[in-house]
Design a protein around this ligand. Structure first.
Ligand SMILES: Cc1cc2nc3c(=O)[nH]c(=O)nc-3n(C[C@H](O)[C@H](O)[C@H](O)COP(=O)(O)OP(=O)(O)OC[C@H]3O[C@@H](n4cnc5c(N)ncnc54)[C@H](O)[C@@H]3O)c2cc1C
Length: 152
């Protein structure tokens, strides 16, 4: 289906130029997606859902308080137990529920939570025979950026 072209005579120049840029960028993305055989506006498969979810979880842990209140600690614990009941990959969710029995969320500080989550993710990596991540680097990966400045 073709999209409507930006209308030069119906909009002021700034808006028109912005629309042109957006249309161009969308076309580039679409053509790259069709070359790669992927579509960006389709439901997620297990791996897409997984990497996006890990990004969210690690980023949430990265911004958790250093000195959380009792309420925040409980809320974060409950978040992970509830999350593990509703995560929409059923085998992953069941596996996580099992892991939580042996390793409950460590919510006493940002450092504790990020390290706990890193170990949890590594357990999944191990099961899937993926390389384990060095948990010493977790704050560089998800909060501060690499020391070499490549994320600045
Ligand atoms: C809670 C949960 C449970 C899952 N369980 C299963 C399962 O049982 N079976 C299954 O097939 N798939 C499962 N998945 C999906 C799986 O973990 C991957 O997300 C998926 O295979 C895509 O992998 P990926 O190579 O894109 O990297 P991902 O594993 O998604 O990782 C994304 C990025 O996180 C970083 N990273 C990697 N490891 C760590 C770590 N330990 N700590 C911090 N950062 C790290 C890396 O930079 C990596 O590129 C689960 C996902 C989630 C969120």
């Amino acid at each position: 289906m073709s999209r409507e072209k930006p209308c030069r005579t119906c909009t002021d120049f700034r808006t028109w130029a912005k629309q042109q840029k957006e249309t161009y960028e969308k076309e580039v993305r679409d053509s790259q997606a069709s070359v790669n055989g992927t579509r960006e506006n389709c439901p997620l498969d297990k791996d897409e859902l997984g990497s996006k979810t890990w990004a969210f979880l690690h980023t949430m842990a990265a911004y958790y308080p250093d000195q959380p209140s009792n309420g925040q600690m409980n809320d974060m614990k409950n978040f992970f137990y509830t999350f593990s009941k509703f995560y929409p990959c059923h085998t992953c969710a069941e596996d996580m529920q099992e892991q939580l029995k042996h390793s409950p969320p460590a919510t006493s500080s940002q450092e504790e939570l990020s390290q706990w989550l890193c170990r949890l993710h590594n357990a999944v990596n191990k099961k899937l025979m993926k390389p384990e991540f060095d948990c010493k680097l977790v704050n560089q990966r998800w909060r501060d950026g690499w020391l070499d400045g490549s994320c600045d």
